[in-house]
Design a protein around this ligand. Structure first.
Ligand code: CO
Length: 298
């Protein structure tokens, strides 16, 4: 394993966390989701960093992977509960953290459950800790508050250039006894719901990722590869980010479809809780230490 640049990681982590605070302050009833995405992304760039992925803003029963569309007209409603998931990036060093804004105050207990579950999970992190034991701590807090963790979403390792690397850190005891290693970088992200505890793909897809060098035929696909390889490499990008280079969303989709057929593209549909339960999320990124961990997204 390459020696991790922990100093860069701390910088990227702290800007990611500041960006979440920045976004939280902008999320208000009547505010535009597109505007919050763009301002939060601009905030990260103003710190001299890039984006590890498009800012995700997922509302109510939507758990993750929604980002504004090109001319997104969504405004936040008075009763919305809004998850903001943000990652800054310096070259291949990646940040990842998230928080929830509860605009009505009706979901304070749900948000608190996600935040306390995250704390309980982090308290269990150390070299040698088993993934299922961390999941057990998270799940215990969530269950004791009368909610369910989302079982098919979880934390992950963060490696150079790879956000969802190698390990899946569950939000319940899934029996995986894989142990954490000292120096490993991980993110814990409890998703807590009033529903069943599972997400499914919706038919909204705004976030994509190139798998690697791709050779395509159509003019649209070739142009898309050229832009993405140069600006976003193999990191996730939003259709919105390509708007400037193309005549219409239709021509972007045409290029994306060709790349998908070639197997050159991954897509990330917005994920929705399958019973339409309301979802809250909290996430921090941390370095695994001998007896504890150091949170970098603060
Ligand atoms: Co994450």
């Amino acid at each position: 394993m390459q020696e991790y640049d922990y100093e860069k990681l701390k910088e990227v982590g702290s800007v990611s966390w500041e960006a979440v605070q920045h976004a939280k302050a902008l999320v208000k009833p009547g505010a535009s989701l597109l505007d919050v995405c763009e301002k939060t992304e601009a905030f990260i760039k103003s710190k001299g960093l890039q984006l590890a992925f498009p800012v995700n803003i997922s509302v109510n029963d939507r758990a993750a992977h929604y980002t504004a569309t090109i001319a997104d007209a969504t405004v936040f409603g008075e009763n919305d509960i809004v998850k903001v998931d943000v990652g800054a990036r310096h070259e291949d060093v990646l940040g990842d953290c998230a928080a929830t804004v509860d605009l009505s105050g009706d979901y304070a207990k749900l948000v608190e459950a996600a935040e306390e579950a995250l704390e309980a999970g982090l308290a269990a992190v150390r070299a040698g800790a088993r993934l299922n034991d961390i999941g057990k701590e998270i799940g215990k807090v969530v269950g004791s508050r009368g909610f369910k963790p989302i079982r098919n979403l979880g934390g992950h390792a963060v490696e150079y250039g790879e956000l969802h690397a190698s390990i899946f850190i569950p939000n319940y005891d899934n029996g995986d006894t894989t142990q954490l290693e000292e120096g490993q970088v991980i993110a814990l992200e409890p998703f807590v719901t009033t529903g069943d505890g599972f997400v499914v793909d919706s038919d909204i897809v705004q976030i994509f990722q190139l798998n690697g060098p791709a050779s395509a035929r159509s003019a649209e696909a070739r142009k898309l590869v050229e832009i993405v390889e140069k600006e976003h490499k193999t990191y996730p990008f939003a259709i919105r980010w390509l708007a400037k280079g193309f005549a219409s969303e239709f021509s972007i989709r045409k290029g994306l479809n060709e790349l998908a057929v070639l197997g050159a593209l991954q897509s990330f549909p917005a994920l929705v809780e399958r019973s339409h339960g309301i979802v809250a999320q909290a996430e921090n990124e941390a370095i695994v230490e001998k007896d504890s961990c150091t949170v970098v997204t603060k």
